[in-house]
Design a protein around this ligand. Structure first.
Ligand code: GTP
Length: 293
């Protein structure tokens, strides 16, 4: 009997158990379905603003709707005076503690609060990874890149910060595929992605935006710094040993760069300018970096 008690005590969740080190909120209904934001030590802003850590672009959501933060061993949520006040598990609150599984209603969207140690959190992590990353390169996929780029561009424009976009395209990749086959070609792309990843900082966004086309968004980076980055990357790729089908094969990339400027403050205009620079790099002989006009 005494043994039973001991076992129950050891397995009990217990009110004194410390909260997990991190947690996340996942949109489980409405606009932004499937999107997720981690809550770690820094407070997280949720709202319609592009500056929000989790942006829910719906008219029912205020620009700055609510804030979630870690407070010692607890996680707290606070309504920021939203037009449609937040509800936690259907009860309206101004501020309160969140626990694993709570539903937070934000406008017409519902978010679920999940502690990072739960099995469900790992499941959501996996789904999120599948939805946002390209399986071949393990970089962000095109859709996720677009989302992150819009956010970074809005942030940079608002705060008057520099931002650069590099588009990286493999040179003469068709002959590699034709000679060695797609599986060997895929291995080349995977290795190339690893080289790109090793050159970007945590704040930068690296993505595979097409078959043999990659993009890197460099935050707080002007045209000179971006050109230095791109040139270093170009040289690193040219110096990397690729062995499709066991043969040593030099692989090179062409890179086009564009930065934010008056009249070039949207993703589409930035991409068009970087694409035009890339086109010049290809035309002028490949294995080159070219910047916007
Ligand atoms: N292995 C592999 N090949 C791909 C993938 N996506 C696109 N490709 C190949 O990439 C090649 C791109 O060829 P092109 O657009 O003609 O360009 P290129 O031969 O790289 O020449 P330039 O871009 O002009 O330097 C084609 O052979 C595509 O089949 C992929 O996911 N895996």
């Amino acid at each position: 009997m005494a043994d039973d008690t001991t076992q129950r005590t050891m397995l009990s969740a217990g009110p004194t158990r410390p909260a997990p080190r991190s947690a996340c909120l996942v949109v489980i209904h409405g606009e932004g379905l499937g999107r997720r934001v981690d809550v770690e030590d820094a407070p997280v802003l949720i709202g319609r603003s592009q500056d929000a850590d989790l942006c829910i672009a719906h008219k029912s959501v205020s620009r700055e709707h609510c804030r979630v933060w870690r407070d010692g061993d607890a996680y707290r949520v606070m309504d920021l005076g939203a037009t449609n006040p937040i509800h936690v598990n259907d009860a309206r609150i101004d501020e309160g503690v969140l626990i694993d599984g709570d539903h937070v209603t934000i406008g017409e969207s519902i978010l679920k609060f999940i502690s990072q140690t739960s099995v469900e959190a790992r499941y959501h992590e996996e789904i999120y990874q599948l939805a946002t990353h390209d399986p071949l390169s393990d970089l962000s996929n095109r859709r996720h890149f677009a989302e992150l780029a819009d956010k970074e561009i809005a942030r940079a424009v608002r705060h008057g910060r520099a931002l650069a976009l590099c588009i990286i395209d493999v040179d003469l990749f068709k002959p590699v595929n034709d000679r060695y086959g797609h599986i060997e070609g895929d291995a080349v792309l995977r290795r190339l992605a690893a080289v790109i990843r090793s050159h970007v900082r945590d704040d930068d966004v690296a993505a595979r935006i097409g078959g043999e086309e990659f993009a890197v968004l460099l935050c707080e980076c002007d045209i000179e710094a971006a050109a230095t980055f791109a040139e270093r990357l170009r040289q690193a790729v040219a110096a990397t040993r690729f062995h499709p089908g066991g043969d040593p094969q030099q692989i090179t990339v062409s890179i086009g760069i564009a930065t934010l400027a008056p009249g070039r403050a949207s993703r589409s205009s930035l991409m068009a300018a970087a694409d035009a620079a890339l086109y010049r790099a290809k035309n002028e002989g490949r294995n080159l970096v070219r910047v916007e006009d």
